[in-house]
Design a protein around this ligand. Structure first.
Ligand code: HEM
Length: 130
């Protein structure tokens, strides 16, 4: 199964198992990086959390397509995030956290192809630099 097909399938199994992935993804993010929770203190309605997750997910597809727009978007966000104190080596950790959270949500429906696709997304996000 190619990366794109496995990625789409991973989103389908997650959507079937969980109505709103925002809470579990950020719970996992803050568990891994406790210092980052306070950065979202002004995000009272969780709108920025949801927007960030949506953008990161849309870009994941583009990263797999080797789409230049996605590459540049992620690279630009990497630079924007330096302003939040998120260093280069941590930024793509959001994709790793998403992958682990989605695997937990999917349970036995998660396949090794899905894991491979998500590892490739994280790798390409780590390489997205201007
Ligand atoms: C460990 C990794 C990351 C952390 C801790 C992080 C943290 C943050 C923080 C603190 C904000 C500002 C929230 C606010 O305005 O209240 C933000 C905004 C944003 N982030 Fe991230 N980020 C990470 C990775 C990513 C990645 C990988 C992407 C996408 C490629 C991304 C895309 C965005 C976008 C689009 C916004 C603007 C959201 C909005 O204001 O509506 N972030 N991020």
């Amino acid at each position: 199964m190619d990366y794109q097909t496995a990625f789409t399938a991973s989103l389908e199994v997650v959507a079937n198992a969980c109505e709103d992935v925002v809470p579990p993804v950020y719970e996992a993010l803050f568990k891994r990086y406790p210092d980052f929770e306070e950065l979202f203190v002004l995000d009272i309605d969780h709108g920025a959390r949801g927007h960030m997750l949506n953008e990161a997910l849309s870009m994941a597809e583009g990263l797999l397509d080797r789409d230049l727009v996605a590459h540049n978007f992620v690279a630009a966000e990497r630079m924007n995030h330096v302003g939040y104190g998120i260093e280069d080596d941590v930024f793509e950790g959001f994709y790793t956290v998403m992958a682990e959270t989605f695997q937990n949500i999917a349970g036995p429906a998660w396949t090794s192809d899905m894991g491979d696709a998500w590892r490739e997304i994280s790798l390409r996000a780590s390489q997205a630099k201007l």
